[in-house]
Structures are given as C-alpha cells and as structure tokens.
Design a binder for this molecule. Structure first.
Ligand code: TXA
Ligand code: MG
Length: 315
C-alpha cells in the first residue's frame, strides 16, 4: 500500500522490514544494510539470484569511510562532482558491510541519492539502506509509487510516495581498477559526461560477458508483452494491425495504433531516456499485445535507450 507517512516508513525499516523507497533514478526496495532479515526479504520478494549484490544507500559523504577501506583520489573527485545524484561507486568494503550485501564480493557498491524523500528517510535512521530497483527480477524498474504497488501489492509492501522519479533511469555504476576509473553500468550519467570532468577515457566494462554488474543478464528491463525493435515502423504496424499495438517512438507520431507514446516533445534523447521506463509501464498497464519501438539516434543518451530496449526485447 502507498503512504506519504515518512514516520511509518521509518518505523518499518527500524523493525527489520522493507519498503518501496522513491529515489531520483528509480524506486528502490529498501531495507537496513545491517539486517539479515531485511536483506533476505529483499532477495525473496524480488526473486533475485543471491549472487547479484545490492547497492548501499547513504545520507551523505561523511559516512562513506565507515563502509569502504579507502577512497582513491579520482573517485573522491567524482564524488565531489556528481554526488548526491545518479552515480554509484564500487570500492573495497570494510567488515561493517556483510557478505550478504555484496554477495560475497570484497567490494561494496554505494550511492548517495538526491531525492528529498530518500534523504529524509536516510537522515532519520542510524543505518544505511540496501536498495535494488523495486521490480521483480528482469522486469522494468518502477518510477512511480503506483508501479511499485502494482508489482508488490500481494506482498503488502509499504510504498513511500515520492512522485515520479525525475531522472527515470538507474544510476551509472563506476569502480576503480588498475589505477583508473571503470564503468560497469551506464545509467543517467553518461560516459561522455564523466570523461569531460576527468579529462581521460574511462574503461567501459558495461558490456562484459560476466554477470558481475547490473544489466548484464541478456533479458532485462522487460515488459510482460513482446517488444519489437522495428527498422521500418510503418511496415511493422501493418504486419501486426490486428493486434493491440503500443508504439514507442522518440517523438509523437500520427500512426493509428491502440496506444502511442512519443518520448520527447523536443526530440532530445536525454528527455526520452528519462521518460522511457514510465512509458513502458504505461503501455504495459494499457494491456497492449506488443510494443513496437525504433532504434534511437546513437548519441550519448540514445545509446543508453538502445541498450535498454535491446535487453527488453530479448526473448
Ligand atoms: O539507480 C539505482 O542505482 C537504483 C536505485 C534504487 O538506487 N538501484 C539499482 O539497484 O538499480 P539494482 O540492484 O537494480 O542494480 C544494481 C546493480 C546490481 O545488478 C548489481 O549487479 C550491481 O549493481 N552491484 C551491486 N553491488 C555490487 C558489487 N559489490 N560489485 C559488483 N556489482 C555490484
Ligand atoms: Mg535493477
């Protein structure tokens, strides 16, 4: 059930429970990073494999040193530049963080969200929160409280209302290997933007084969109906004309289909990226038979959209 009562949400967390938590990227399924019970509940409710570790959410930069061994200078610089905000860092952990959080890995992923509700919750408790995106394994990350509730109302999950996640796509995940910055998942913050600040190219490991980071499973971010990436939208619509088609394009179009969404009125891929997950949820809720979409322009943000829709359309 959805609530605006922060005190109630905090009290659930203090009693080893879990909640749906709004953040600026996507909603998370949050519980105490120090509670075995809460962590296990998160894996169970998400149906997430235990080898896939969780991100620790912190209220501010001061508490980082309580969970990681040391912060390399470049990461310190990136933290100053981009945190709080849509960026997660992976660094060697201190024993304060249990193996359950990191799936036995020696490193912990952490981020400082910038969403006012998330910050308020984190400031009211005296433990960090683990929070994966609040979707069942391989489904689309939710960006509204209602979407979280739709996924988990049977489990009677308490979902804290925080409006629509205004960035609408997951955080970018960075680490540090062999003295340089590495990217494991490209999210709202693009590789280009990070490199502009660093003044050097970062290693991109987001397409590595191994399942060591998010989005590395082939099928991911998927709606419950099939999704087709069309080279020729008109032809594809004609081919499926007897079906309830959900159409997802960069800008609004005049095609006559069951439900059509243009992701950006101005045609910018940055705006489209922020609206992508919400639009996929809207089409899913409209019970379309299939989603037809396009390949997006291959600029920095369009590239991230393409990555997500390719994973969403994987059968
Ligand atoms: O924007 C976000 O990052 C959202 C919001 C809720 O903060 N969270 C999120 O969490 O996207 P999740 O669990 O859906 O994706 C995080 C990914 C996981 O798939 C996991 O593989 C990777 O981060 N990860 C977490 N801890 C890690 C670690 N210690 N080492 C390597 N990868 C890690
Ligand atoms: Mg996720």
């Amino acid at each position: 059930m959805i609530t605006t009562d922060i005190k109630k949400a905090v009290s659930v967390l203090q009693q080893d429970g879990i909640i749906g938590l709004p953040t600026e990227t996507v909603y998370g399924l949050a519980g105490s990073a120090f509670s075995e019970k809460a962590i296990k509940a998160i894996y169970t409710i998400k149906n997430r494999p235990f080898e896939n570790p969780l991100i620790v959410h912190l209220p501010n930069k001061e508490v980082i040193q309580a969970i990681v061994k040391e912060i390399p200078e470049e990461i310190e610089f990136l933290l100053e530049t981009f945190s709080p905000g849509p960026v997660t860092f992976i660094l060697p952990k201190k024993p304060t963080i249990s193996d359950l959080v990191t799936a036995g890995k020696p490193n912990v992923a952490f981020r400082i969200p910038s969403h006012p509700t998330a910050i308020e919750v984190l400031e009211k408790i005296d433990f960090p929160l683990v929070a994966p995106s609040a979707n069942p394994f391989q489904r689309i990350s939710p960006v509204t409280a209602q979407q979280v509730d739709d996924y988990f109302n049977k489990e009677e999950l308490l979902v804290l209302e925080g409006g629509t996640s205004y960035l609408g796509i997951e955080s970018t995940i960075l680490g540090f290997e062999n003295n340089s910055v590495v990217m494991y998942r490209e999210g709202y913050l693009t590789k280009n933007e990070i490199e502009k600040y660093l003044n050097y190219s970062i290693q991109d490991k987001s397409d590595a084969k191994a399942v060591t980071a998010p989005g590395m499973y082939k099928k991911h971010y998927a709606p419950s109906c099939p999704m087709i990436i069309a080279l020729d939208i008109e032809k594809e619509i004609e081919r499926w004309q007897h079906k309830k088609i959900g159409l997802l394009t960069l800008q609004p179009t005049n095609f006559k289909v069951y439900h059509s969404i243009g992701l950006s009125t101005t045609g910018t891929t940055k705006e489209a990226l922020s609206n992508l997950y919400n639009a996929m949820h809207v089409l899913e809720k409209a019970k379309v038979d299939l989603i037809i979409t396009q390949i997006f322009p291959n600029d920095a943000h369009g590239f991230i959209i393409n990555q997500r829709i390719i994973k969403a359309s994987y059968i």
